[in-house]
Design a protein. Structure first.
Length: 115
């Protein structure tokens, strides 16, 4: 990804994300996660993976996972209660709280769910 310029990530799958994580490539995992959330994979699978990654040790990937839950809410017009609860649980996280707050804004804007 080029600094300061948006690039559309390639479509990806949950397996692509996991493979990048297994290699320790956070940047590739983050890009693949965005690609998966924007239509490259089963939304329910991506949602489960995002919940898992929110609490992971790689806080950069956790922040992207929060953002991707917002993408899923926007694109599908819904989000599972478990995912909403996971976002709420990380709202005060000093590393990703801002991204969680943004995702919760997306949830409120694009779904029937409330914070």
């Amino acid at each position: 990804m080029t600094e300061g310029r948006y690039e559309q990530p390639a479509e990806a799958t949950v397996d692509d994300v996991r493979a990048a994580l297994d290699r320790g490539d956070s940047a590739e995992a983050s890009s693949a996660l965005v690609g998966a959330s924007l239509g490259g994979a089963d939304p329910e699978e991506v949602e489960r993976l995002c919940r898992e990654l929110l609490g992971g040790s790689d806080r950069a990937v956790a922040g992207v996972a929060a953002t991707c839950l917002g993408h899923l809410a926007r694109l599908a017009g819904s989000l599972g209660e478990e995912s909403l609860d996971a976002l709420r649980a990380h709202l005060s996280d000093p590393d990703i709280g801002g991204r969680v707050d943004d995702a919760l804004d997306d949830v409120e804007t694009f779904t029937e769910l409330r914070r």
